[in-house]
Design a binder for this molecule. Structure first.
Ligand code: HSE
Length: 320
């Protein structure tokens, strides 16, 4: 039997999601929710609503994708879907960073499932790697490039001689940047991702001992070029370090040299180093932003959730 899926939001990520779900055997798009119905949305071959709660309440939809830019609405949708015991797959970083503890509580109380692999590192499966593959590890530090727009801007300023504004404009055209790109360039988006990583490492809301957040807005291409001539690159790096029972979160542009693996991570790519007590260092790298890479991570969540769901049903049937 095919599983019914609802998609809230049809921007860069939502549109890519729609295409990927359509191509995925075993899943049917039941309804789309948009902020406003238009002539264009009337052309879709799916029911379209401008009230996302209708989609969430539909008893025939168990799995809901949320890809919108409004944290307040995203939170209300997440709470309702989880309260109804549904699977909610989100990429809303600000909302998740601030609300994960509460949402996990609702998840446990009501039996819903919250998944958000796409919220950190775009296509890179970093959260599942930490949660599942490194589930028993002592992870004492995570460090990386977690904002695709900033890395793309810094790379374009260096390699293509673009100004900060020109490079940012390109990042917006390519669908990498947030609707308010100050969140990217001021380091806030990286900070949210660092908080989600810290939560995942700690397996619950972490206690933070120090927070530092600085972006790339004031960097100029001549500075990047001077550093490059001296064998260095400037990268916006997020660092989460365990300090006893607490975590230090540090986001800022840093000068790194060729001995640092992150030196070679350019363009929209992200890379995340995970330092563990027993497995040593793991490095994950891939496209950190953009519609299809982000949607791909959300599809991974979908398939994972559905596999677990089918397994639970089989176990229940065996008990009868
Ligand atoms: N604006 C974000 C970035 C999108 O550039 O990394 C992916 O989270």
């Amino acid at each position: 039997m095919k599983a019914n899926v609802g998609i809230i939001g049809l921007g860069t990520v939502g549109s890519a999601l729609l295409k990927q779900v359509e191509a995925l055997p075993g899943y049917t798009v039941k309804t789309l929710a948009v902020r406003r119905k238009t002539k264009q949305t009337a052309l879709f071959s799916y029911p379209v609503t401008d009230n996302a709660f209708e989609l969430i309440e539909d008893p025939e939809i168990d799995i809901i994708f949320e890809a919108i830019n409004n944290s307040e609405d995203a939170l209300a949708y997440a709470k309702r879907a989880l309260t109804l015991g549904k699977t909610f797959i989100s990429a809303s970083k600000a909302m998740l960073a601030n609300e994960l503890a509460d949402l996990h509580r609702i998840e446990q109380e009501c039996g819903g499932t919250l998944l958000y692999e796409a919220a950190v590192g775009g296509a890179i499966p970093v959260l599942r790697t930490i949660r599942e593959h490194l589930g028993g590890e002592d992870i004492f530090k995570v460090r990386g490039i977690v904002n695709g727009s900033c890395n793309y801007i810094l790379t374009s300023m260096l390699n293509e001689d673009l100004s900060f504004d020109e490079a940012l404009q390109n990042a917006q055209i390519l669908g990498y940047a947030e609707s308010d790109p100050s969140s990217d360039v001021d380091g806030v988006d990286s900070y949210y991702k660092a908080l989600i990583l810290a939560h995942t490492i700690n397996k619950s809301a972490p206690s933070l001992s120090r927070i530092k957040v600085e972006g790339i807005r004031n960097l100029e291409s001549h500075e990047l070029k001077k550093a490059y001539r001296e064998g260095q690159k400037v990268k916006l790096i997020a660092e989460i370090e365990k300090n006893g029972e607490q975590y230090k979160v540090d986001v800022r542009p840093r000068l790194i040299d060729q001995t640092d693996g992150l030196y070679y991570v350019d363009g929209v790519n992200n890379a995340i180093e995970i330092d563990t007590a027993h497995a040593g260092r793991l490095i994950l790298q891939g496209q950190g932003a953009g519609g299809h890479p982000t949607a791909s991570a959300m599809i991974g969540d979908l398939v994972n959730a559905q596999t677990k769901r089918e397994q639970r049903i089989r176990e229940l049937l065996l008990q009868i």
